[in-house]
Design a binder for this molecule. Structure first.
Ligand code: GUN
Ligand code: ZN
Length: 422
């Protein structure tokens, strides 16, 4: 048994619906861990006697749950900050060439290792990750995640209408997906997501096949992109004239349900948001990507009105940072431009327990609740001279907000997976 003493903050429920009660803050707290699981989390004064025997380490900084990145592409880590285009041209010019290189397993292994180490450095302990069309890209990521004991959900990208040398077929996409599900099921803290890239790069037959696999395997997630860019949306409307809208394309193939995660939804209207809420589907809000590609501004307040579950995605390589902390600052700016407001405690919820729920691991991580895995990080509000100056004598609210606006990997002083420092 191990215990960590320090200032602890977690937001297991959404303050937007649960109110201020959702915020759990212990200025002098104790987090008790046994066999990698949280067994108690509360005020030191309340727990010290019960856990007097535990080996106790004092941590300086703010202890919060590890971040959950609800949408990111590991093969695009080297393509971050590629200049000049919006979505469809950016994919053609920068991304598809980079993804073709993942036919080489050694390249996939090296990139996966680098990517996961970067996630940990940025305080991200769980993520829903796009690989490439190559099944070996998933093996590479899962092996590296297993070595590091990270909670990662991923899957081979289905794209039978992709460019030459970066496409599968109806038959190979199905067979490779089934084989990966069978190979990785139940190993470590890994999960599988059936991953059609987006409607433009899959045939109707492949989307139907994806829907069948989601139905056949109740333990897998479904991960794709939706309504990111006006050009993309127009193309989808042209290819699927029978569908009511972009979301309906996925719905017709059985791809809209409680295990579905849709990245972006920048242009989803009230009707689509309502149908997502009714289906229990989740959205990955990716503000840095949406601004970088000029895609538009996600309307968080509209998603809230309909009750859709939302997580935070960095969406690297269209996203411009792997820092979920910094991404929250950008989410705040997006909300400002949309005429709404993102409270820093709610932001922390979206980046932890909220995101975990969206990507199907809400029972495992995100709230520092008893029984959950003890994945946590230590935020350092003295990490830079500017942060230190802004946070000196400030309230918790103001320190947390300053960390979101000014912080990045420099503000993560330690990352713990199942109670072990990495
Ligand atoms: N839509 C389809 N593929 C992609 C991708 O790789 N990145 C982003 N941002 N959108 C996509
Ligand atoms: Zn993406």
């Amino acid at each position: 048994m191990k215990a960590f003493r320090g200032e602890i903050l977690s937001v297991p429920a959404d303050p937007a619906s649960a109110g201020h009660e959702a915020i759990r803050h212990y200025p002098d707290g104790l987090l008790v861990v046994e066999d990698g699981l949280v067994i108690a989390c509360g005020a030191y004064a309340d727990l010290a006697d019960t856990y007097a025997e535990a080996d106790t380490e004092t941590l300086t900084g703010l202890i919060v749950p590890g971040f959950v990145d609800a949408h990111v592409h590991y093969p695009q880590i080297g393509s971050i900050a590629s200049h000049g285009e919006q979505l469809m041209q950016w994919l053609e010019r920068h991304i598809f060439p980079a993804e073709k290189a993942f036919a080489d397993r050694a390249h996939a292994d090296a990139t996966a290792a680098f990517f996961l180490d970067q996630l940990l450095r940025h305080g991200t302990t769980s993520a829903l990750v796009f690989a490439t069309v190559h099944p070996g890209s998933v093996d590479a990521l899962f092996e590296a995640a297993l070595q590091r004991d990270m909670r990662i959900v991923s899957g081979k990208v289905l794209m039978d209408l992709g460019p030459e040398d970066l496409r599968d077929t109806l038959v190979s996409g199905r067979a490779d997906t089934e084989a990966l599900i069978a190979r990785w099921r139940g190993r470590g803290r890994l999960g599988y997501a059936v991953t059609p890239r987006f409607a433009p790069t899959s045939s109707a037959e492949q989307l139907a096949s994806a829907g069948e696999m989601v139905a056949a395997h109740p333990d897998v997630m479904m991960h794709t992109h939706l309504s990111e860019n006006p050009g993309e949306i127009a193309y989808v409307a042209e290819r699927f004239p029978e569908a009511a809208d972009y979301l309906d394309v996925y719905a017709r193939f059985g791809l809209v349900g409680p295990r579905s995660v849709f990245a972006h939804c920048v242009h989803s209207d009230d009707g689509a948001l309502q149908r997502m809420a009714e289906a229990g589907a989740g959205i990955a809000f990716c503000p840095t990507s949406n601004m970088f590609l000029g895609s538009g501004l996600f309307d968080l307040a509209a998603a809230d009105r309909h009750g859709v579950n939302v997580g935070i995605g960095t969406d690297v390589g269209a996203g411009t940072t792997l820092s979920v902390l910094h991404t929250l600052g950008e989410a705040y700016r997006t909300c400002q431009l949309r005429g709404s407001n993102l409270d820093p405690f709610r932001a922390l919820h979206l980046a932890t327990a909220g995101g975990a729920r969206v990507i199907g691991i809400g029972d495992k991580v995100g709230g520092l609740l008893p029984g959950q895995e003890a994945d946590f990080i230590v935020l350092e509000d003295q990490a830079t001279p500017l942060l230190a100056r802004r946070c000196h004598g400030a309230s918790l609210h103001d320190r947390l907000f300053a960390l979101q606006v000014l912080g990045d990997d420099r503000a993560i002083s330690a990352t713990y997976l199942r109670g072990r420092k990495v």
